[in-house]
Design a protein around this ligand. Structure first.
Ligand SMILES: NC(=O)c1ccc[n+]([C@@H]2O[C@H](COP(=O)([O-])OP(=O)(O)OC[C@H]3O[C@@H](n4cnc5c(N)ncnc54)[C@H](OP(=O)(O)O)[C@@H]3O)[C@@H](O)[C@H]2O)c1
Length: 331
């Protein structure tokens, strides 16, 4: 395994593995025994960065979520896992009632919600301090200053270590970080966005914004990361939920942003490099992200130990300059 540092403050920054494991489906679509086996394998391979959310996975059984955090809490207790593994969780996108969603009825990012949801997450995970807490989606109804102050208060009292942000427009990330800096408060240092090798169209309205999809990593955020190298980018859905090896998944409506003339050239380059490197296409995608000029932590899901093993092997795959150029230049 390889490691890198997230965060800057010596009191809260952490060393984490360059491959993160998503627990979104654990406890719902992935049963407990399989989830525990995947978690055990990840830790045995040196993995130390697990991702969940207070709302995972509400949509499976029409609940408000929490099943993933609860499973992680049971796993931590049964394995005696403590500070060596960083567990990131999120607040803001929990539906306020069973049977509803974050698109129509999200808890949001008010001071009260942040405090209550963080406490709920701590209880489920069985920890006194959340290692990393993300603002999951934007809450345009709450002043950013209120959200920033509420997160800062949790860090000050020691119940949260690092702060992160997901699915926000770049300007909102920068504005929140500026407000925090001016107020002398900790700001978001870990960013979590959808990102993979295939380039998405960015001109299509998303479920949360008519202006496009705020959750997609684009040029605004990439240039921000270049300018602020102390920030960390975590990429969700890097394997397109299996879309690189299952055409039917890539063709599904949820990935309509990849239905454009640039996609076949990227897929061809990927297959070519995979053959050349003696690796799978999934592994080439992960190695491409990890070793990028602006390095990115892929956040992979897995529904079996075999899938995780394929992803873990990508950590040791070093793409040559020629292979990387072939991938970068395809469009
Ligand atoms: N911040 C956010 O808004 C946000 C949004 C989404 C996800 N996330 C986080 O990101 C994590 C990963 O997201 P994700 O699960 O949607 O994306 P992903 O890692 O791209 O996809 C995981 C799925 O891909 C398939 N897969 C994985 N490895 C494979 C392999 N070697 N061969 C073939 N198929 C393989 C499996 O599908 P099958 O089970 O069908 O085989 C697996 O369930 C989540 O667990 C969550 O923690 C965050």
């Amino acid at each position: 395994m390889k490691y890198r540092t997230i965060g800057t403050d010596p009191k809260t920054r952490r060393e984490v593995s360059v491959l993160s494991l998503g627990a979104m489906r654990f406890g719902t679509t992935t049963d407990e025994a399989t989830s525990f086996a995947i978690l055990d394998r990840y830790v045995a391979a040196g993995g130390t960065f697990i991702d969940t959310s207070g709302n995972y996975a509400f949509w499976v059984n029409g609940t408000q979520g929490g099943e993933s955090e609860e499973l992680l809490g049971r796993w931590r207790r049964s394995r005696g896992v403590s500070g060596e593994v960083v567990i990131a969780t999120k607040v803001g996108a929990r539906p306020l009632a069973p049977g509803t969603s974050y698109t129509d009825n999200a808890e949001g990012l008010s001071s009260q919600v942040i405090r209550e949801s963080a406490a709920r997450s701590r209880g489920r995970l069985g920890v006194a301090r959340l290692d990393l807490l993300y603002a999951h989606i934007e809450d345009p109804a709450v002043p950013l200053a209120e959200t920033v102050a509420a997160f800062g208060a949790l860090v000050a009292e020691g119940t949260v270590g690092l702060l992160g942000v997901s699915n926000h427009w770049a300007w909102r990330v920068e504005r929140a970080r500026s407000l925090a800096a001016v107020a002398g408060l900790p700001g978001y240092e870990v960013l979590q966005y959808q990102h993979s090798y295939l380039r998405p169209r960015t001109d299509m309205p998303g479920s949360r914004s008519l202006d496009g999809m705020p959750g997609m990593l684009g040029g605004d955020l990439l240039s921000y990361l270049r300018a602020e190298p102390q920030l960390t980018m975590v990429a969700y859905a890097p394997l397109l939920r299996g879309g690189y090896v299952r055409q039917d998944k890539l063709d599904a409506a949820e990935f309509a942003e990849f239905d454009h003339p640039g996609t076949p050239a990227r897929l061809a380059a990927l297959r070519e490099v995979a053959k050349d490197a003696g690796a799978t296409v999934n592994q080439v995608v992960l190695a491409w992200l990890i070793g990028a000029e602006v390095p990115i932590i892929p956040l992979v899901g897995a529904s079996s130990v075999a899938q995780l093993d394929e992803s873990l092997a990508a950590v040791d795959l070093e793409l040559t300059a020629a292979q990387r150029a072939r991938l970068d230049e395809a469009h």
